[in-house]
Ligand binder design. Structure first.
Ligand code: ADP
Length: 479
């Protein structure tokens, strides 16, 4: 077979026996490359190498880790066009979104480069005279990283960068659909000077490669983003080994639109939040909870905006909405459109598969109206360009509907009322709350994560990432 991109195990690139093809969802004739599939033996070797590297890595100087993170950030930023293009080609988000995500990854590596230089502990007096107390953070050990396909550069970055900052060796298993971006990031880190064994890449199926990682007691912490079903497996396997784990598992995010909202702002937030990145964001606004007085104006404006959206090849500069990631996901999205119809919702826009010049997974964004919060389209995560409008009487009902979900990642409100915005921030059952902003779109220097069934464990990103990536030691000294 032509050029196979290998896995990185113990500082060595290893091609292995099998490889899988990476296909462009905008053009299924375009094969991006072939990527080696790791075996369970490869996973074992990667974990062994990471464990062997852990002791020295924990004692590496902060300057070494800072420089690696900074070098990686600089290269990612310098190559944002070509990595962004690769991202769009393999995942299907638009080129502008692909480049934006790549810039975000560079910023994340840069942030944690800075954090490396700011590592600190506390020194306190003891309650016992003559005794000193020191509190320090130590590396947690080998970190297993399991990522989804929808942010193939940013999510690996926000899991790998803090692992390096806090001196943990990494075994990284990316999603099967996006091996290219994962390979590019690991290649950059390897060349930036990561010592052998401190960064390992094992591509392959979750049920084999991911599971082998979960089943190995030498992995001391697992950080996972993906579905609730897999999150539960991660949790169960991790409890069995008494290891730390951190789960991010999607949402059914509400955007509340009140009568006093600025209509243009509300429509922009809804269309952007629901459909950009093809709706394939765990923070996407899939439930638009709209009060009676603005309902018809809001729906009309959304429908006309949706009809103007340009769905097409991710690499075409005119495209606003790229393809769905693959045939399985597209079929799931279309199935949910059918489920919504059968449940009695009105399909006001889109919802059909689109033919384009090249063979790809194109779909017109779908908007349902006349929906109830207990319909399946409003309770289950679709993970595609499908959103529903839920009509409510007033703010109180809107808040109730917004919170009436098993998820709790991001929750938004469009209003000009300080009273309602303040009440909503206090009472929305979500890890992130947005006022007059889309539910999707977050900063990188502050915590990311959800409430209820969306998340479990310490927050990701910003300084809060230390909670997962370190363990705290309290030392007492009698002088
Ligand atoms: P999605 O619906 O986003 O694909 P998944 O939870 O299936 O969500 O996948 C997220 C990540 O979890 C992927 O990298 C996938 O390969 C991995 N994964 C899936 N099954 C398992 C498993 N049994 N053990 C570990 N990782 C898994």
């Amino acid at each position: 077979m032509a050029d196979v991109k290998p896995n990185l195990i113990g500082g060595q690139w290893q091609a292995g026996e099998h490889a899988s093809a990476n296909i462009n969802p905008s053009d299924t004739d375009d094969v991006i490359g072939h990527y080696a599939t790791a075996t369970t033996d490869d996973v074992e070797a990667a974990i062994a190498a990471a464990s062997a590297a852990a002791h020295d890595w924990a004692r590496s100087g902060i300057q070494v880790r800072h420089d690696i993170l900074r070098t990686a950030s600089d290269e990612i930023m310098a190559r944002r066009e070509d990595i962004g293009r690769l991202l769009s080609r393999e995942e299907g988000k638009t080129l502008a979104e692909g480049i934006g995500e790549t810039v975000r990854a560079a910023q994340i590596f840069n942030f944690f480069a800075g954090e490396t230089l700011r590592l600190a502990g506390e020194k306190l007096p003891s309650v016992r005279a003559g005794v000193d107390v020191e509190i320090t953070r130590e590396p947690v050990g080998v970190v297993g990283i399991i990522t989804p396909w929808n942010f193939p550069v940013a999510i690996p970055a926000w899991k790998i960068a803090p692992a390096i900052c806090y001196a943990n060796p990494v075994v990284f298993k990316p999603a099967e659909l996006v091996p290219g971006c994962a390979w590019a990031i690991v290649d950059i880190l390897h060349r930036a000077g990561m010592p052998a064994g401190t960064i390992n890449l094992v591509n392959g199926p979750g049920s084999v490669v991911g599971q082998a990682m979960l089943d190995d007691a030498r992995v001391k912490a697992v950080t996972f983003t993906g579905s609730q079903a897999t999150g539960e497996r991660v949790a169960q396997a991790s409890v069995r080994h008494m290891r730390k784990f951190q789960l991010e598992m999607g949402g059914k995010n509400p955007l509340v639109v009140l009568d006093d909202a600025d209509l243009d702002v509300a429509v922009d937030c809804a269309v952007q939040g629901a459909f950009f990145s093809t709706g394939q964001r765990c923070t996407a606004s899939s439930r638009l909870v709209v009060t009676e007085g603005i309902h018809s104006r809001f729906v009309e404006a959304c429908v006309s905006k949706i009809r103007e959206l340009n769905v097409g090849d991710a690499l075409d500069s005119r495209t606003q909405i790229g393809p769905v990631v693959d045939e399985v996901q597209l079929q799931q999205d279309l199935d949910y459109v059918e489920i919504g119809r059968r449940e009695g919702a009105t399909l006001r826009a889109g919802g059909e598969r689109l033919a384009r010049e090249k063979n790809g997974y194109y779909m017109q964004p779908a908007l349902f109206t006349d929906t109830h919060n207990d319909m399946r389209i409003n309770t289950e995560e679709v993970f595609g360009p499908v959103a529903s409008v839920i009509r409510v009487r007033d703010y109180e009902e809107a808040l109730h509907v917004a919170n009436d979900t098993t998820f709790g990642l991001s929750s938004g409100i469009c209003t000009q009322s300080l009273k309602h915005a303040t009440h909503f921030k206090r009472n929305a059952q979500a890890g992130m709350v947005m006022v007059n902003l889309p539910t999707a779109g977050v900063d990188y220097h502050v915590p990311f994560g959800g409430a209820k069934g969306s998340s479990y464990g310490p927050r990701e990103q910003g300084r809060y990432a230390a909670e997962f990536h370190t363990t705290v030691k309290t030392a007492y000294t009698s002088a």
